[in-house]
Design a protein around this ligand. Structure first.
Ligand code: S5P
Length: 273
């Protein structure tokens, strides 16, 4: 049976610690929704997270777009975010999209002013620098993090004209993940085909898909949107990532519930008991 017809709960059984925690809370909260809170005002971000927290399995941040007044303000923000993740039981995903040689990304991951490894359960990286980006980040994850951490590789992107469809890019990205399953827990991808087209180990990974919106088809800069039904039901992804569809809505909590319900219904339909 392919992984994506199995329940999240059954996939949790043999999963690594970070996926075990994630699959478990998804099943418990009945949600496969990740909200991307791309505001720049830190208090606005914390406010909306407190409200939509019960409806999501994950909150995605871009820490470097937030207007902080000081390094102390960054510390206070990440502490509050961590407290909210415990209060509402969701994981924090810093969408850092690392893209440099292993040695440099280690500094970017643990250091600077953001200290991402300390507070983000999950982060992501582009694969084009080659396997060194995975081993570099992995060393910090496995040796320095106090709790389990996970890395997603960007195998595909949602934007028009992106280069992930060129040549062997996806296959090489997949190979990097297969070679480092203790570090790579999944993919940013449009569905699970990147794995299923060349093997049956899709069970070992989680698939997260951005570019999801119920009202719009795209934006002025090439973003391309699909529906939760298409992404979860047809493309067999595991988690929908929704930004502006929720955060720009008049009533973000009510709209988040719509996405949660649509994503969960699509999951239940495709799942064989
Ligand atoms: O291919 C991608 C990968 C990512 S992580 N396309 C994306 O849109 N993203 C991110 O998902 C992007 O950086 C943004 O934070 C979010 C989508 O936001 P929305 O407002 O278009 O839903």
């Amino acid at each position: 049976m392919s992984a994506q017809t199995r329940s999240y709960a059954s996939r949790a059984e043999k999963a690594n610690p970070i996926l075990k925690k994630l699959f478990g809370l998804m099943e418990e909260k009945k949600t496969n929704l990740c909200v991307s809170v791309d505001y720049t005002d830190p208090s606005k971000i914390l406010d909306i997270i407190d409200k939509v927290g019960p409806k999501v399995c994950m909150v995605k941040t871009h820490i470097d777009i937030i207007s902080f007044s000081s390094v102390d303000a960054i510390r206070s923000f990440t502490a509050s975010l961590t407290a909210l993740s415990q209060k509402h039981n969701f994981l924090i995903f810093e969408d850092r999209k690392f893209a440099d040689i292993g040695s440099t990304v280690q500094h970017q991951y643990r250091g600077g002013v953001y200290n991402i490894v300390e507070w983000a359960h999950i982060t992501n990286a582009h694969s084009f620098p080659g396997p060194g980006i995975v081993t570099g980040l992995g060393e910090v994850m496995l040796k320095e993090a106090k709790e389990p951490r996970g890395l997603l590789l960007l195998a595909e992107m949602s934007s028009a004209g992106n280069l992930s469809t060129e040549g062997a890019y996806r296959a090489k990205t997949l190979q990097m993940a297969r070679d480092h399953k203790d570090i790579v827990c999944g993919f940013i991808a449009m569905g699970n085909q990147i794995v299923t087209e060349s093997g049956d180990d899709s069970d070992d990974f989680i698939f997260m898909t951005p570019g999801v919106n119920l009202a719009d088809k795209g934006d002025a800069h090439g973003q391309q949107y699909q529906s939760p039904e298409f992404v979860i039901g047809e493309k067999k992804s595991d988690i929908i990532i929704v930004g502006r569809g929720i955060i720009k809505a008049e009533d973000p909590v009510a709209v988040a519930e719509k996405y949660r319900a649509a994503g969960w219904e699509a999951y239940e339909k495709r799942t064989v008991a």
